[in-house]
Design a protein around this ligand. Structure first.
Ligand code: AHR
Length: 512
């Protein structure tokens, strides 16, 4: 007996020496659903996101389209199963007057896009076009209303126009414009970044204004299921969240938003491809700060809403760098490398692990802007490393989150250090367990031992996203340079799964 315990002690000591990273999955404790809406996207009238990205006009002979929507883009996004699409902004939303964007196109007024490059916005892509796009994508619409420069009546009319099935001036107008049945848009944002481009308001002022808008939105929705999202704070500004949570009754607010970008320094964002390891490290510090921000905002929300009736909606997130040389600075066009795959993999793991409070998130932005999943150049299109992460992670959508404990090794750079490994897990209705793992270390692989508690499984399959350099990216000449590959570097021994993660890689495993 004594010999056995000495042996066991030695075995455990050696085991913990060998594995740099240890993870425990409590599969039997899975309860909370990972809302598929965490995998949402964002499309603003900014640069080439809408025009040239999604929409090329129905008379375009060069680029195949269906009612003006690029068919290549729609097919690629359907493969991601995108659950929702936020539109028309961003900052643009608080300058947008929706009535400019309906009716015959030749009668629509042109306006100046004051936030983004001062370009002419001809309003050829408006409400009908956006909701047609959502239909083609089989995704839910999330409309951001204008609170900064609009009126309560204007927003209430928009809800009536899209949602009313009873006789009203707005439903009559919709029918005259060719749409008989209402679209029943559920998700409505009430302004955007009200502390900044959305009106430079104080939290106290916005909270009161929000109550007024929410009241009339509810009245005009007349029973249709609407979900109202308050314009929330930026990164660590918990004061804003506290004022809103304290002053807005939960019967008027289903969600409160949070924006957090992984930006090195707003004055010096650094290039999107030619970055050095210290810039990479700082980007990852900013990305992983999402964990602290969610914890901080959730703590305040728990104080006022212990039953978690109000959701935290991270409706803008992603990496933000300098624009590609030679492109319009107001268009925010940037390339997308393995660094972006690291941001995407770690951030989605954080959201999955906080799915009790985080019910929706929107990557900024879908096409040609910031951390895009798709880049286009005229008729050409490429899928970025970020796209591939979202595609690999889609198995988590609506699966049950598996409570996880991660003891990570370190990624050290100079006198700074971060956890090297990030992970989240889920279990689906068939009992298959999914684990997503990211090794952010720029130079070293990580071995990971995963204890599978509360489940009996015997086969493992997986895919990996990997490249030779952190700066690697897909180009229009080589659009498939980075793509997921089959991953076999795993060993399942009883309840323990051992995995070797190469430097800066994303791995998704399915255990059955
Ligand atoms: O995503 C780009 C901009 O970033 C959005 O318009 C705004 O909400 C945020 O500041």
């Amino acid at each position: 007996m004594k010999k056995l315990s000495v042996f066991l002690f030695l075995f455990l000591a050696v085991h913990s020496l060998i594995a740099q990273n240890q993870i425990t999955l409590n599969v039997d404790l899975a309860e909370q659903k990972i809302s598929r809406h965490i995998y949402g996207h964002f499309s603003e009238h900014l640069g080439r996101c809408i025009y040239g990205g999604f929409y090329v006009g129905e008379n375009n002979q060069l680029i195949p389209n269906n009612k003006g929507m690029r068919t290549d883009v729609v097919a690629a996004l359907k493969k991601l199963q995108i659950p929702n699409l936020r539109w028309p902004g961003g900052c643009f939303a608080d300058t947008y007057h929706w009535k400019d964007g309906i009716g015959p196109r030749e009668n629509r007024p042109s306006i100046v896009n004051t936030w983004w490059g001062g370009t002419t916005e001809d309003n050829s892509f408006g409400t009908h076009e956006f909701l047609e796009l959502c239909d083609q994508l089989e995704t839910e619409a999330f409309i951001s209303g204008n609170v900064g420069s609009g009126t309560v009546q204007e927003l209430a009319d928009w809800v009536q126009y899209t949602n009313a099935d009873h006789e009203s001036p707005m439903s009559k107008w919709r029918k005259e414009n060719g749409q008989e049945s209402p679209w029943k848009v559920k998700y409505w944002g009430l302004g955007n970044e009200a502390w900044g481009c959305g009106g430079n308001m104080r939290a106290e002022y916005y909270a009161d204004l929000y109550r007024q808008y929410a009241t009339y939105l509810t009245a005009s929705s007349r029973g249709s299921d609407i979900y109202r999202i308050a314009a929330g704070s930026s990164s660590g500004d918990i004061y804003w969240t506290e004022v809103l949570m304290k002053n807005i009754p939960s019967k008027l607010m289903e969600g409160i938003s949070l924006h957090h970008y992984s930006v090195i320094d707003w004055g010096q964002k650094g290039p999107s491809t030619e970055f050095a390891e210290d810039q990479y490290f700082t980007t990852m510090q900013r990305a992983l700060a999402m964990e602290d921000h969610i914890q901080a905002h959730s703590t305040i929300m728990d104080k006022y809403d212990p039953e978690k009736k109000v959701a935290l909606i991270v409706d803008e997130w992603g990496g933000w760098y300098e624009v590609e040389p030679g492109t319009n600075p107001g268009f925010l066009y940037q390339q997308n490398t393995m660094r972006d795959a690291m941001i995407a993999g770690t951030t989605l793991n954080i959201f999955n692990n906080h799915c009790d409070r985080v019910k929706m998130a929107n990557l900024a932005q879908t096409i040609n802007v910031l951390q895009a999943v798709i880049l286009t150049s005229e008729e050409k299109m490429l899928l970025t490393p970020t796209y591939h992460v979202l595609e690999m992670y889609k198995i988590h959508q609506d699966a049950k989150q598996v409570p996880i404990h991660v003891k990570s090794g370190h990624y050290k750079f100079g006198n700074r250090e971060l956890d090297a490994v990030s992970a989240s897990a889920s279990v689906d209705q068939t009992g298959a367990v999914h684990i997503s793992l990211v090794n952010i270390h720029a130079r070293e692989s990580q071995n990971v031992e995963i204890a599978l508690r509360g489940t009996k499984q015997s086969t493992v399959s997986g895919r990996i996203l990997i490249a030779d350099k952190l700066q690697s990216h897909n180009t229009f000449e080589k659009p498939d340079a980075i793509e997921p590959q089959a991953f076999q570097d795993t060993k399942l021994d009883g309840d323990v799964l051992s995995v070797d993660l190469p430097p800066f890689s994303v791995v998704v495993l399915v255990i059955k």
